[in-house]
Design a protein around this ligand. Structure first.
Ligand code: PMP
Length: 446
């Protein structure tokens, strides 16, 4: 293979456009390893599983049953390959180089931005800021938008089902500003009580910050309705999309929110990178979050001027490799299509709910009418950590604990739950294994 052919192969795999081709057009094919026809009419879960090498692992001598997708999801081979390609074929810093490798790295990095734009249906690629993850995205909004716009007496309104990452940054901000953090309650199913939410909206409400999907309960929040209500009082809406991005079709223009955050590692991409989407006019008006290289236009000791968005918010060398990996993950999802995997997941959650509900002494925590991906439960007389340890002996990976949502645990009067969380590569047989595992746990504690 000539070096030119090699370059073209690489380009097509990673979505690096050749020459003058626009960056939005290249979508690489899903792994050939599975031999799967991407556009086949039925969702072939076994073929999809073949794209994820780790799913063949054995744990304690048993086949891995990976039901901890809400914590982090597994990666298809194309994502691992993209990381490998970056480090073995075009590792270089971005934006500042004139040499070929730097240009390739920059093209792949910026192509990933366009892929993220498309994934969220954002209006413009410059509205996409690469950060470390959802946590950093929310901290960025709090530290930059929040500090610049919040005054003493103002309010930030959140819900009672938030992850700590969508609570603590607002606590830090409101404490600093002499502002108030208010919380809209949830009902016994784990749904936002909308009337109560509306009652807490007032002219003092500057920011509304809500999870699109709760990580502890699986509840899907009515974000479009929340935005409409928030806009009536002129509040800015920040959406924590960490658990929505792996399961729902996201369209930030339709949702109407102002900021949307998600993490790469939950959408089958690498760890260490995430996306903050923000409306261009808001991002433009916001002060920088961190100072350093790349975020400046010119630096003088007397006065520094800042770069355009999104670079104003990307100080220092970014996580180039993992951004490229995220690009590969978003391509993978696009090729997979949305509807059939989503339908498979919905059916799986319904099946798991039905099976687990039937087990005497098991209580599901979070029974909202609209749910995605998550099944939290407690087993009478068994601490969730013991349940998790025993399930692990069967090769079943679930998460136990407070899931970084201690106020949710308090609301339901439990110290912790066992949480099974699903991805499109999970199967009914895996749900059956979980159900058998729960029976075994109960027998041990009988
Ligand atoms: N919000 C929610 C709803 C989450 O589930 C998570 C991850 N558990 C986060 C925020 C934080 O994401 P990250 O740790 O990737 O920053």
């Amino acid at each position: 293979m000539t070096s030119e052919e090699g370059r073209r192969n690489l380009s097509s795999r990673l979505g690096i456009p050749d020459g003058n081709e626009p960056m939005t057009t290249t979508v690489h094919p899903i792994t050939k390893a599975s031999g799967r026809k991407v556009k086949s009419p039925a969702f072939n879960v076994e073929a999809v599983r073949a794209d994820f090498p780790i799913l063949k692992e054995k744990v304690h001598g048993k086949p891995l049953v990976y039901l901890d997708n809400a914590a982090t999801s597994q990666k298809p081979r194309v994502v691992v390959d993209a990381l490998m390609s970056f480090y073995t074929e075009f590792c270089s810093n971005v934006h500042r180089g004139v040499h070929e490798l730097s240009e390739r790295a920059t093209r792949a990095y910026e192509a990933a931005r366009v892929k993220a734009q498309r994934f969220l249906n954002a209006r413009e690629a410059r509205e996409i800021v690469f950060v470390r993850g959802t946590t950093e995205a929310i901290n960025l909004v709090a530290a930059s938008f929040g500090r610049a716009n919040l005054r003493a007496g103002d309010e930030v309104l959140i819900t009672a089902m938030e992850h700590h990452s969508n609570i603590v940054p607002w606590q830090l901000l409101t404490e600093e500003k002499g502002a108030r953090l208010t919380v809209a309650p949830i009902n016994d199913r784990g749904e936002l009580i909308f009337d109560e939410f509306e009652k807490r909206l007032g002219t003092e409400t500057r920011i509304v910050a809500v999870a699109h999907v709760s990580n502890a309960l699986g509840t899907v929040n009515p974000v479009a309705r929340i935005v409409q209500a928030a806009k009536r009082v002129g509040a800015v809406v920040v959406v924590d999309g960490a658990q929505a991005a792996p399961h729902l079709k996201i369209d930030v223009q339709t949702l109407g929110a102002d900021f949307y955050a998600f993490s790469s590692h939950k959408v089958f991409g690498p760890t260490g990178v995430g996306v903050l989407w923000g409306r261009a006019e808001l991002l433009e008006a916001m002060p920088p979050y961190q100072g350093g290289g790349d975020m400046i236009r010119s630096v003088r000791f007397e006065k520094t001027t800042y770069n355009d968005i999104p670079y104003k918010f990307e100080a220092g060398t970014p996580n180039i490799a993992d951004v490229v990996g995220l690009g590969a993950a978003l391509d993978y999802l696009r090729e997979l299509g949305f509807e059939r995997p989503a339908e498979h997941e919905r059916a799986l959650l319904a099946y798991a709910t039905q099976q687990i509900e039937k087990i005497p002494g098991v209580r599901i925590i979070g029974t909202a009418r609209e749910k995605a991906g998550v099944l939290s439960f407690v087993i009478e007389g068994v601490h969730p950590h013991d349940a998790g340890t025993l399930l692990d002996q069967e090769g079943i990976a679930v998460r136990t604990g407070h899931h970084c949502a201690q106020p949710v645990m308090e609301r339901f009067g439990v110290p912790a739950t066992t949480r099974a969380s699903f991805a499109f590569y999970n199967t009914r047989e895996e749900v059956d294994a979980l159900v058998r595992g729960i029976h075994r746990v109960k027998e041990m504690f009988a």
